[in-house]
Design a binder for this molecule. Structure first.
Ligand code: SAH
Length: 200
């Protein structure tokens, strides 16, 4: 999975590759899809949601320029897999899931795989996590129609956010906070489940 799907497509950050090797992806995939856990595609996790494709998880993690000890906010805990990759790198992970059932399942998945040191919250990620802000990095794993202002404001200066934006056509954006505003660049087209809740 790492060599054929991830390194071959250009992900090279050693911290990311090491974490992707260490996290047991099958522990985050529902029983009946376990045999496909390392497939080159997203997989259903219930309630019409999906665990992202391994390459997309690796590429998004690389794009935030992760560092051990950095503080990261994830929107869309889903299965907990992306959160586990960030925790494996040694980041302080805050993750928000809007669907209670998935949030509880993610907590169980993470604990079973030995990741007990994360801050998980059930709620609407459009508002971010103001009490824990500012963050070095923000990873959004559901697509809003536009970038939520609250998330931009919860980035540290120099911090990076990676977020899929759009509806039927989506692109991955990287937002960097600067001294006097934000820089936005697009990376590649993606397909994520829509971000729900109240986009402001
Ligand atoms: N990162 C996940 C994949 C998530 S799929 C993983 O590694 O498995 C996207 C998730 O975003 C879904 O679970 C969905 O319920 C959640 N989501 C959608 N809108 C949201 C919102 N406004 N706030 C928080 N979570 C949201």
């Amino acid at each position: 999975m790492i060599r054929d799907q991830i390194e071959s497509r250009g992900v090279s950050d050693p911290l990311v590759l090491k974490a992707m090797r260490a996290v047991p992806r099958h522990a985050f995939v529902p029983e009946k899809f376990r045999s496909q856990a390392e497939a080159d595609s997203p997989l259903p996790i219930g309630l019409d949601q999906t665990i992202s494709q391994p390459y997309v998880v690796a590429a998004m993690t690389e794009l935030i320029h992760p560092k051990a000890g950095g503080k990261v906010l994830e929107i869309g805990t889903g299965s907990g897999y992306q959160a586990a990759v960030l925790a494996e790198i040694g980041m302080e992970v805050y993750s928000i899931e809007i669907l209670e059932l998935l949030g509880m399942q993610a907590k169980r998945n993470l604990e079973a795989a030995g990741y007990t040191d994360l801050y998980l919250w059930i709620g609407d990620g459009n508002k971010g996590w103001p009490e824990a802000a500012p963050f070095d990095s923000i990873i959004v794993t559901a697509a809003p129609p536009r970038i939520p202002q609250a998330l931009k404001e919860q980035l540290k200066v120099g911090g990076r956010m990676v977020i899929p934006v759009g509806q039927s056509y989506q692109e991955l954006f990287v937002i960097t906070r600067t001294e006097d505003g934000w820089n936005e660049e697009t990376v590649f087209p993606v397909r994520f489940v829509p971000m729900t809740g109240e986009v402001r």
